[in-house]
Design a protein. Sequence first.
Length: 167
Amino acid sequence: MASEDAPTAASQTTAAQAIVYRQLAQRDRTRAQLAKKLAERGVNEAVAAEVLDSFEIAGLVNDANYAERYAEYGRTERGLSRRGISAKLAEAGVAPELIADALESYEAEPEREVALELARKKAPSSHGLDRDVRFRRIAGFLARRGFPSSIVVSVTREVLDNEPEIP
């Protein structure tokens, strides 16, 4: 009877490894994301944990590195605030202490600069509209990226106040 279980466990391990390799070939993933995918595919929880442990030991799955890379990407490419990056990392299953470590270098002043740059890019798309409408559109755009309301309001006012008049 035990000989019947052994091939099943071995084949499930092989299948789980193949799933993880395919997922990692597409893009970086957290351990939690990979565990969820394995569960969706019906992989036994113990087998999934064993496979994920082996991938962590090999350095192919590393939540700390994932958090660092995503924080940099979120800040530079997507224009996300600290809060926005934190929410995305938490959603991906990254531990709170790893999120805090990844966001250590994200200071408040650069966050304001990121918001200002985004607002300047967004402002031209609403030319010709009433100032209140423009304010709401720009402020909403920044708020959806997770910037604090104090930064949203001050940056939106600054952009609209310093904008040249277009006839």
